[in-house]
Design a protein around this ligand. Structure first.
Ligand SMILES: Nc1ncnc2c1ncn2[C@@H]1O[C@H](COP(=O)(O)OP(=O)(O)OP(=O)(O)O)[C@@H](O)[C@H]1O
Length: 254
């Protein structure tokens, strides 16, 4: 089995405080892995460390290679990133924002070519953001902006895609669209890792990493009963995961 991403004894400190402690992970290539856990558990920090965006101790490996040995440009081609609440310039046109996703494919000072334009068009259409291509980001709602940023990440066409709370601000139909976009990415062989608070959506993932207090407390299949038990426990049994046909419902335990 190929591992798209691995960590060995990963530790991260922020402002002198340990935030991730001794994380050993193996993330399977071509599958969707979802990271869940309570606020402050370290999910975003883990995603950033996997992306090489944070100083850390221990090892992060991409396709078996130590992150330090991979040049910046190659990293940008290998991995796309959709961050949480990104401060993109609100004056930029939607088209230009999505085109930023093509930067790693372009030479220094080169204008975008036809292939770049085709990829951007396909990504904006996939997230139903095409009609806004001439508008600026500042003229869009939070959920609409999120769909443009998702298009930017998809336009990069990287084999690994990391997304931190991609469903934030999306209404239910667009959350379902996102799930379908993930399935399209998986069909192309992309490895997807996402942090989600929407547990009902997360349960559709192939694998789930359950975190608490800077540690991984469980890593298992999204459909496995042990995974559901671990999720309920990490949320202090305030939620219950119940089977509903071939899916699951996440219910508040009142
Ligand atoms: N820049 C920072 N400096 C210091 N501490 C930080 C910083 N960023 C995050 N932390 C702390 O690190 C811990 C983990 O934060 P992180 O954002 O990874 O959690 P999370 O699981 O993604 O939370 P949430 O679900 O609320 O988004 C928290 O206790 C947080 O307060």
């Amino acid at each position: 089995m190929t591992h798209a991403l691995q960590t060995r004894q990963l530790h991260v400190q922020l402002a002198g405080r340990p935030v991730l402690t001794g994380i050993d992970l193996q993330i399977t290539a071509g599958r969707w892995t979802c990271v869940v856990g309570p606020n402050g558990a370290g999910k975003s920090t883990l995603l950033k460390a996997l992306a090489g965006l944070l100083p850390h101790s221990g090892q992060v490996l991409w396709q078996g290679r130590a992150l330090e040995s991979i040049a910046r440009r190659e990293r940008a081609l290998q991995l796309s990133w959709l961050g949480q609440g990104e401060a993109s310039s609100l004056d930029l046109r939607v088209w230009d924002v999505a085109m930023l996703g093509r930067l790693p494919h372009q030479g220094w000072l080169d204008a975008p070519n036809d292939q770049d334009a085709q990829m951007v068009e396909a990504a904006l259409k996939a997230t139903q953001a095409w009609d806004w291509r001439e508008r600026t980001l500042g003229e869009l709602s939070g959920g609409e902006r999120q769909r443009v940023l998702l298009a930017r990440a998809m336009a990069g066409n990287a084999p690994i895609m990391l997304m931190d709370e991609p469903l934030a601000n999306l209404d239910p139909p667009h959350q379902v669209d996102w799930l379908e976009q993930v399935h399209c990415l998986l069909a192309q062989g992309t490895t997807v890792v996402s942090v989600l608070h929407e547990i009902g959506m997360a349960l559709h993932a192939d694998e789930i990493i359950v975190m608490a207090q800077g540690r991984v407390v469980h890593h298992g299949a999204g459909h496995a009963a042990e995974t559901h038990t671990a999720i309920e426990a990490v949320f202090d049994h305030r939620i219950r995961i119940a089977a509903l046909g071939e899916q699951w419902a996440v219910l508040p335990r009142l």
